[in-house]
Ligand binder design. Structure first.
Ligand SMILES: Nc1ncnc2c1ncn2[C@@H]1O[C@H](COP(=O)(O)OP(=O)(O)OP(=O)(O)O)[C@@H](O)[C@H]1O
Ligand SMILES: [Mg+2]
Length: 266
C-alpha cells in the first residue's frame, strides 16, 4: 500500500465537511469472502451525515460482515467503501477509525483485566487527549449510571450486558462522525437495552451517523430513518424504517430464499 507523501498522520484525519448529499458512509456493490466462503454479493448502502440506517436480517445473512467491511476489518473482494465521499477501500482499520468511523463489534470489546474506569480513560485519552478525559468520564457516567456504580470493578467481571454498555460508553462520550454498532442489545436485560438505545439516540442528536446492525429489529427501527434488509449476502429490501416491519417479518421467517444453498450452519 502506497504511503501518502506530505501528509501527517496525526490523530485527526477527518476530511473537511463534504458537500450536501454525500453520505457519511457508503458501501458500493461490495462483495466479500472469508477464504473460499463468499459472504456478500454486491451490497450497497448509504448512511447520510447524521442519519441512521438499520441493517437487519436473519442469522448468517452477512450483517456483521457488512459492519467489518465498513470499518476496514474485512477488505472487499470487489466494490468500494466511501467515507464522506472518499474511497477508503482497502485502507487499514486504524486509519478508518482515525477518519472518524467507530465500530462496536458483536460481543465484548473491553479490556477485561482493567477496571471500568481504566477502560474508559484509555479510550477517551486516545480520542480527546488527557485533558478531555475528565469531562468525557462525567458524560459517560451521567449517560450510563451503572458504570459509575462499578467504576472500580474489573471489566471482565461485569455481566455481558454491562460489558456491552461499557463498549458503547467508550465510544459515545466523544461523538464520532460515524458509528457502526453490531447486535448491541443481544442478551441484554430490558433496562440495559433502554440504556444503549438512549445512548444511540443521544449520538444521533449529536450529529453522529449511525449504522445499527440488529437481529431484534423493533428497537433498531425506532432509532433510525431507513432500513436495509439483508438475506444470504444480498440486499432484499430497503426503504423507510416505518415500512420495514412487513419486509422484516418475511426475511426473518426465511422468506428470503433457500438457506441450504449457501451452506448455512446448523
Ligand atoms: N471469520 C469467518 N470465517 C468464515 N466464515 C465466516 C466468518 N465470519 C462469518 N462467516 C460466515 O459468513 C456468513 C455471514 O456471517 P455474518 O457474521 O456476517 O452474519 P450475520 O448476519 O452477522 O449473522 P448473525 O446474525 O448470526 O450475527 C455466515 O455464513 C458466516 O458463517
Ligand atoms: Mg452478526
Amino acid at each position: 500500500m502506497a504511503e501518502e507523501k506530505g501528509q501527517t498522520t496525526g490523530p485527526d484525519q477527518r476530511a473537511p465537511a463534504p458537500g450536501p448529499g454525500v453520505p457519511a458512509l457508503a458501501l458500493e456493490a461490495v462483495h466479500a469472502a472469508y477464504g473460499p466462503y463468499r459472504a456478500l454479493f454486491g451490497v450497497s448502502l448509504a448512511v447520510p451525515p447524521g442519519g441512521g440506517v438499520a441493517l437487519i436480517g436473519p442469522n448468517g445473512a452477512g450483517k456483521s460482515t457488512v459492519a467489518r467491511v465498513a470499518s476496514g476489518l474485512v477488505v472487499p473482494s470487489a466494490g468500494r467503501v466511501l467515507l464522506d465521499g472518499e474511497d477508503v477501500t482497502g485502507r487499514p482499520a486504524h486509519e478508518i477509525a482515525r477518519r472518524g468511523l467507530v465500530h462496536v463489534p458483536e460481543g465484548r470489546a473491553v479490556f477485561s483485566s482493567l477496571s471500568v474506569e481504566e477502560n474508559l480513560v484509555l479510550s477517551f485519552a486516545a480520542r480527546v487527549g488527557r485533558r478531555g478525559v475528565g469531562a468525557a468520564l462525567e458524560r459517560a457516567y451521567a449517560a450510563f449510571p451503572v458504570l459509575a456504580e462499578r467504576r472500580r470493578q474489573e471489566a471482565g467481571t461485569l455481566s455481558g450486558g454491562q460489558q456491552r454498555v461499557l463498549s458503547l460508553a467508550k465510544v459515545l462520550a466523544v461523538a464520532p462522525r460515524c458509528l457502526v454498532v453490531d447486535e448491541l442489545s443481544l442478551g441484554l436485560a430490558p433496562v440495559m437495552v433502554d440504556a444503549v438505545y438512549e445512548g444511540l439516540a443521544a449520538a444521533r442528536a449529536a450529529g453522529t451517523a449511525v449504522l445499527v446492525v440488529e437481529q431484534h429489529v423493533e428497537r433498531a427501527l425506532g432509532v433510525v430513518d431507513d432500513a436495509v434488509v439483508l438475506a444470504q449476502g444480498r440486499v432484499t429490501w430497503r426503504g423507510p424504517a416505518d415500512q420495514a416491519q412487513a419486509a422484516v417479518g418475511l426475511a426473518l421467517t426465511g422468506g428470503g430464499g433457500d438457506p441450504a444453498e449457501s451452506g448455512a450452519e446448523g
